[in-house]
Ligand binder design. Structure first.
Ligand SMILES: Cc1cc2nc3c(=O)[nH]c(=O)nc-3n(C[C@H](O)[C@H](O)[C@H](O)COP(=O)(O)O)c2cc1C
Length: 176
């Protein structure tokens, strides 16, 4: 365990086949006691309001669609305010199998959070990925809006990507 952050962090995720869940647990392990894990399939999204700093994990399913538990709570999310919150996103996808929709759901989530006043932190470079299109890119296409992970094709990269990204997340969360 390697604690990077001193602020309390809510980690919210949902996962159909367990990949996003595994990464959420890896992140929580690395952050230690400051991390509070929430599976939205069981808990919904209302506790998002309890934390000024959030890490949200979302996989993309069915050709650019939201994962089913995120979809179930989408309306509630659209009615929440994220003003004053710093939010880091991680998205799971498969750039070879679904390269036209790579981590699209992370982009859809980013759009809602920004519309509702949230501040997104820790974008992640597209270097090292190969895909055709993604809704999760920033305006100039050089970065994803959060950490993109591909457990199907690049599992070996995940641990290092998570560790490097968490350094950036914590720097952003600690800023006054
Ligand atoms: C039927 C199916 C559809 C998928 N659609 C997409 C997609 O549109 N875009 C993408 O990036 N990944 C897609 N994926 C890959 C998943 O996002 C990836 O396997 C992810 O790790 C699953 O996360 P989970 O285990 O947390 O549900 C798809 C996978 C399957 C099996």
């Amino acid at each position: 365990m390697d604690t990077h952050c001193s602020v309390d962090i809510g980690i919210f995720y949902a996962s159909t086949t367990g990949n996003t869940e595994d990464v959420a647990h890896l992140i929580a392990e690395q952050l230690g006691d400051v991390a509070h894990l929430h599976d939205i399939a069981h808990e919904g999204v209302s506790a998002l309001g309890n934390y000024p700093c959030l890490i949200l994990g979302i996989p993309t399913w069915d050709f650019g669609e939201l994962q089913e538990d995120w979809a179930e709570h989408w309306q509630a999310l659209q009615n929440m305010s994220f003003v004053g919150k710093r939010i880091a996103l991680f998205g799971l996808g498969d750039q070879i199998g679904y390269g036209e929709w790579f981590v699209d759901a992370m982009g859809m989530l980013a759009d809602v959070l920004l519309e509702r006043g949230g501040e997104l932190v820790a974008p992640w470079s597209v270097e090292g990925y190969s895909f055709e299109a993604s809704k999760a890119l920033n305006a100039d296409g050089t970065h994803f809006v959060g950490l993109a992970l591909d457990e199907d094709g690049q599992h070996a990269e995940t641990a290092e990507r998570v560790a490097l990204w968490l350094d950036e997340v914590c720097k952003a969360f600690e800023k006054i």
